[in-house]
Design a protein around this ligand. Structure first.
Ligand code: NA7
Length: 540
């Protein structure tokens, strides 16, 4: 039986998920403690402070729905919120519900070991502090372990290195600086136009071109705000089972069923509307290569139209994936930026980086003198934050070893061999394909239901069955095979990290379907789990 100093729960992370998990845990009266590596709350929105960082889900949807009064009191100023505004919002939520004092900030969890006899987790922090608890909730984020490429000679570089995922808190003055940018995913594409405005010159080192559509961000008018307020409850309700966790519509017919003029009209309307939903203009774009090609050709024509130098335009056109099968980027003035005199594009596919020197970067055909190198090189997505912790479960299970050939979870929420562990927004869930705030609330609520169920039924250990986890993981692959997503060497596939096994890690069957599956498992007494009383097993 647990000793006196054993808590009910440890929450790791104080981002969107950790904040809400803490709120719910306290509401349920749990004895809980949280640990956060950053010096404050915010997670993704705490670390990614680079110029131009902005959410690609509309602000009124990318926010908590658990408290109607919070929705009324917090007024979003723009269609898509900036990183500073989301960070202020999360600060506000932490203060409003007095959550901060339950977290230890500035400390990283280095290890978490499960004690089978005592049915408890021992969680070790980087200062040696230990917490013991019955349950462990990992709210460690899906894009939180930054990828720092090991470029030859990087240690020789004498200029400034900046990472979008760990941007300094104080403003960085790039006036008069020759800046190099490596990476053209969301982070690089959002940052580039602002870097170009400030710097003396910007050289973009592009390995793979990505598709990006205009965000068309704008201030929210008073009228829009009032309308949102009137419809908020229905809007939230509809989001609960929506395919991507927030409202979206597609053309009623397939791209392959309408004529060229209708396709053009539909794509143009979405392009003008702005935002990620361009990737869902027609319902068949993600599954039928013919439909996808229509969208791709439309976007490519836009690139050729905007970018004046034809060679630069050609270099900006992706060659390696159907449109939308890597997360489509939304930008403000990215392609237009290439018409500036102080911006240069280097196509690394044609001319790879040979060496970083004390003064800059050498490709196989040219030298670039740089005062600053900005790395926007992505993350060890979905698994990195978990596998970097020494996580040990029952019967000698080590998470990093068990996941060496790809992550295996049950519903993305539990792992066989790891009793009383709840993973939030991780592999096996639709997190990165859905509105993260709706998704977060679903995940936390489900996890809390599991904890409550165990407490109510005197269950000491709740562990997914190995066969249930295998079946779920196989299902992820089967669903993905029915789409075009497996054709892209994306971070969804683990393809951006050298040596990482390629498997399609998220669930791509839609958030609404996912929620139904999770609801059903829960309503059937946490089907798929082995529920154990240390004294006697319980029927599952
Ligand atoms: P991404 O989308 O993973 O982008 C990382 C970029 O960095 C991508 O263009 C990579 O090229 C590039 N990269 C990575 N390593 C290297 C090396 N060694 N050399 C050159 N270029 C490199 O990360 P983001 O932070 O932009 O966005 C992550 C998600 O956050 C995004 O999808 C949204 O959901 C929010 P590659 O494509 O691998 O050739």
């Amino acid at each position: 039986a647990p000793t006196e100093n054993t808590r009910d729960l440890v929450i790791v992370g104080a981002g969107l998920a950790g904040i809400y998990a803490m709120y719910r845990a306290l509401e349920k009266g749990l004895d809980v403690v949280g640990v956060e590596a950053g010096d404050s709350v915010g997670g993704t929105w705490y670390w990614n402070r680079y110029p131009g960082a902005r959410c690609d889900v509309e602000s009124v949807d990318y926010s908590y729905s658990f408290d109607r009064q919070l929705e009324k009191d917090w007024k979003w100023t723009e269609r898509f919120a900036t990183q500073p505004e989301i960070r202020s919002y999360l600060d506000h939520v932490a203060d409003r519900y007095d959550l901060r004092r339950h977290f230890t900030f500035g400390r990283r969890v280095t290890a978490a070991h499960f004690d089978e006899q005592a049915s408890t987790w021992t969680v070790t922090l980087d200062d040696g502090t230990r917490h013991r608890a019955r349950f462990l909730m990992m709210a460690t984020g899906c894009l939180s372990a930054p990828n720092r490429p090991d470029l030859p000679g990087i240690d020789e570089y004498a200029g400034t290195q900046l990472f979008t995922a760990q941007w300094p808190d104080e403003p960085v003055d790039l006036t008069g600086k020759r800046v190099g940018l490596i990476g053209t995913g969301s982070s690089g594409i959002q940052a580039a136009p602002l870097l170009a405005e400030q710097a003396q010159s910007l050289t973009v080192f592009q390995r793979s071109a990505n598709y990006t559509v205009p965000a068309r961000n704008r201030p929210l008018t008073e009228e829009e705000w009032e309308k949102v307020q009137e419809t908020y409850p229905e809007r939230r309700k509809a989001s609960l089972y929506a395919p991507a966790g927030s409202l979206s519509t597609t053309h009623p017919r397939k791209a392959t069923e309408v004529d060229a003029a209708e396709r053009e009209r539909a794509f143009e309307a979405r392009w003008q509307e702005g935002g990620v939903l361009f990737a869902k203009t027609f319902p068949d774009q993600g599954v039928d290569i013919v439909a996808n090609d229509y969208a791709r050709e439309f976007a490519e024509a836009k690139i050729r139209e905007i970018v004046k130098d034809p060679q630069v335009a050609e270099d900006l056109i992706p060659t390696d994936h159907p449109i939308g099968t890597k997360r489509i980027v939304t930008d403000t003035g990215y392609y237009e930026m290439y018409n500036r005199d102080n911006v240069e594009l280097v196509n690394l596919r044609k001319h790879p980086i040979e060496q970083v020197t004390s003064w800059g970067i050498k490709t196989d055909d040219a030298s670039y003198e740089l005062d600053v190198i900005v790395f926007a090189t992505g993350f060890d997505a979905l698994t990195g934050a978990l596998t970097s912790i020494d996580l040990r479960g029952a019967r000698g299970a080590v998470l990093a070893d068990d996941w060496a050939h790809g992550p295996e979870t049950y519903l993305g929420l539990g792992v066989a061999g790891f009793p009383n562990l709840i993973t939030l927004n991780g592999p096996g869930s639709p997190s990165v394909l859905a509105n993260m705030s709706t998704h977060t609330e679903q995940q936390v609520d489900w996890g809390m239901d599991l904890i409550e169920f165990c407490r109510a039924n005197d269950i000491d250990q709740a562990e997914p069955r190995k066969d249930a986890a295998e079946k779920w993981t196989a299902h992820l692959g089967e669903v993905a095979e029915g789409t075009l997503f497996t054709r892209a060497a994306s971070w969804y596939m683990g393809a951006n990290i050298e040596g990482k096994t390629r498997t399609f890690m998220p669930y791509i069957g839609g958030f609404g379907n996912y929620r139904r599956i999770c609801d059903e498992a829960r309503d059937n007494g946490f089907e798929g789990y082995v529920l154990t009383r240390v004294s006697a097993p319980v029927e599952a």
